[in-house]
Design a protein around this ligand. Structure first.
Ligand code: ZN
Ligand code: ZN
Length: 351
């Protein structure tokens, strides 16, 4: 049974005749294609893969289990031609313009139905080979964090450090899965801080958040370092986040809801008086994309299942003072979860 076969079952359960798959990560997941322009039409026995002239040769080498055809420009004309009945489309990704064009091109009698999330539902539960790629990606991220300790932080700008870490990652066989965050002192109070041309000084906290892509699969890991002895408040915040992160990991298991795992961590932080300083969700799924399902957050409606891969990343951000985030990548299992981030979480001083 292929991934497309399992998708076809979900399509049938939704009373759809076919699904137009337009998101490139979803297309890669289903077909193996890694180029930047393609569409798939899946349903019943149909497995149609469309790309343009530039990718015909690449698709012949990569795409398995699909009838391949060449289309022009946005490929919508060729995708619409064989449509019949109720056809789902990805309302989370298709643009309003593409949707209008698809409506014009679809044969009479075709009903276009919003149906985002079906491929994502399959992608959330990883297969063994996908888990191996994620483990390798996480191991590379660990290596880069060890490299941070060796290379030092004080006297280098945040930007210089971020560029160096990304370069080192590429040398060691991965690509960054998102722009590396290096945020020192008060700047660390911004959860998505951009590295600045500002030198890192002694006796502050430095948050380093980075991830790799190996064999198409992402990793995501954050550690917060100290550049020397810290003021008491900064050290306390570190201890709080460290303890919260460890306890939140203990809540991650198949069957737990994303909302309750998040709530457990949130309560510990609120009880310590930092309830207003943890404004983002506890974690997110990771796979072909750096942010995917399931989510661990106050708004999550997801329930964790064995084979999910999620981050657990509580943070405390005290405006104008400092911030701490500690993030591990975790494979959800029926029993104890497998933490694939291996780098130490004890506060390390890097000068
Ligand atoms: Zn991260
Ligand atoms: Zn993350």
């Amino acid at each position: 049974v292929t991934r497309a076969d399992r998708l076809a079952e979900l399509i049938a359960e939704r009373d759809l005749d076919a699904l137009l798959v337009s998101d490139l990560a979803n297309i890669r997941y289903l077909s193996g294609f890694t180029g930047t322009n393609a569409l798939c039409l899946v349903g019943g026995e149909r497995r149609l893969f469309l790309t343009d002239f530039r990718y015909v040769t690449q698709a012949a080498a990569q795409v398995d289990g699909f009838e391949r055809a060449e289309g022009r420009q946005d490929l919508l004309r060729e995708a619409a031609a064989p449509m019949a009945g109720r056809v789902g489309f990805d309302d989370a990704h298709l643009s309003v313009r593409q949707h209008r064009r698809l409506s014009e091109l679809a044969p009479d009698g075709v009903e276009l139905v919003p149906a985002a999330g079906l491929v994502e539902q399959l992608r959330a539960v990883k297969e063994p080979a996908e888990l191996d790629a994620i483990r390798a990606s996480a191991a590379l991220t660990d290596d880069i964090l060890a490299y941070v300790v060796d290379r030092g932080l004080v006297g280098h700008s945040e930007r210089e450090v971020a560029i160096d870490l990304e370069r080192e990652m590429r040398v060691r066989g991965g690509d960054p899965s998102f722009p590396t965050i290096v945020a020192s002192g008060p700047h660390g109070a911004l959860p998505h801080a951009e590295p600045r041309d500002v030198d890192i000084v002694a006796n502050v906290l430095v948050t380093v958040d980075l991830g790799a892509i190996v064999d198409g699969y992402c990793s995501d890991c954050t550690r917060t370092f100290a550049t020397g002895p810290l003021p008491a408040e900064a050290a306390e915040v570190y201890q709080l986040v460290h303890e919260t992160q460890g306890r939140a990991l203990g809540e991650v298991r198949a069957g737990a809801s994303g909302k309750e795992v998040d709530a457990a961590a949130r309560k510990l932080i609120a009880d310590a008086g930092h309830g207003d300083h943890f404004g983002h969700g506890l974690g997110h799924g990771v796979g072909l994309e750096i942010h995917e399902g399931p989510r661990l957050s106050p708004l999550s409606e997801d329930t964790l299942a064995a084979g999910n891969v999620v981050t657990v990343e509580p943070g405390v951000y005290v405006p104008r003072q400092h911030g701490v985030r500690i993030e591990d990548l975790v494979i959800v299992a029926d029993g104890e979860c497998e933490v694939v981030s291996g780098f130490s979480k004890t506060l390390i001083v890097v000068e």
